[in-house]
Ligand binder design. Structure first.
Ligand SMILES: CC(C)(COP(=O)(O)OP(=O)(O)OC[C@H]1O[C@@H](n2cnc3c(N)ncnc32)[C@H](O)[C@@H]1OP(=O)(O)O)[C@@H](O)C(=O)NCCC(=O)NCCS
Length: 210
């Protein structure tokens, strides 16, 4: 059944799932809620300079965290967090944007792809430094796919592309079904790549025989 951002904000449980990353840990995948402002500020403050360069949030502290929490269901964004169950610490922020930018539309058009706000959305993931490169992003990605499908979208492009020197992220995207669609100079002129996943080409767990 399709969901709207308001419905998710009213009942975050509709997209809340438990993940088992092994080693006795448990991770909760759930929508960001207003009460997350403080935990989200800690998450942003803890990001290393390298992660900040790859993620490009507008800020890395309380003000940004409050802004992201205030934006819940007010604009076009769905933000999902990964919470370590034992410590209640936010260890990941997975962002979906339902609106596309003129720059995205123009770059993809040049590559012969016509993006459509009715079917396409943008995705940007950031994990805490101590949770990167351990398979957590890949473990959580099917849940992102489920959220995208329930928002009625079928294609996912990268939010601002990916820096060409972000080898781990590129590998993460490729192994999760994204394909490269061209290169461009990012906001600070750094070489960046556009990548897109078409969910119709990915397995749908909901369609699997029971
Ligand atoms: C990008 C990100 C979300 C990926 O999540 P993750 O949990 O770290 O990814 P995974 O561990 O599931 O997969 C990473 C893959 O890259 C590989 N990898 C790790 N470091 C690598 C490197 N330096 N070069 C190439 N591949 C690398 C891993 O081995 C793994 O591939 P494999 O399973 O085939 O071995 C996470 O690393 C992150 O938050 N990075 C910082 C912020 C960021 O770059 N966001 C993306 C902005 S576009």
């Amino acid at each position: 059944m399709l969901l709207t951002l308001s419905e998710i904000a009213r009942d975050p449980a509709v997209l809340t799932r438990r993940l088992d990353p092994g080693g006795g840990a448990q991770i909760l995948f759930r929508p960001l809620v207003p009460a997350d402002a403080e935990g989200l500020a800690h998450f942003l403050e803890g990001l290393s300079p390298a992660s900040r360069r790859f993620s490009t949030f507008d800020g890395y502290g309380t003000e940004e965290a409050r802004g992201l929490c205030d934006a819940i269901a007010r604009h076009d964004k769905l933000r999902l967090v990964l919470e370590d169950v034992r410590s209640s610490r936010i260890v990941g922020l997975l962002e979906l944007a339902l609106a596309l930018t003129p720059a995205d539309l123009g770059r993809y058009r040049e590559a012969g792809i016509f993006l459509d706000e009715l079917t396409d959305c943008r995705f940007g993931p950031t994990l805490a430094d101590d949770h990167q490169g351990r398979g957590l992003g890949t473990l959580a990605f099917p849940l992102v796919v489920e959220a995208v499908r329930r928002l009625g979208r079928t294609r996912v492009i990268l939010w601002g592309g990916v820096l060409a020197d972000n080898a781990r992220a590129i590998r993460f995207y490729e192994k999760n079904g994204f394909r490269r669609f061209g290169s461009f100079a990012g906001a600070d002129g750094s070489p960046s790549l556009d990548m897109m996943a078409d969910l119709r080409e990915l397995p749908d767990p909901a369609a699997a025989p029971r």
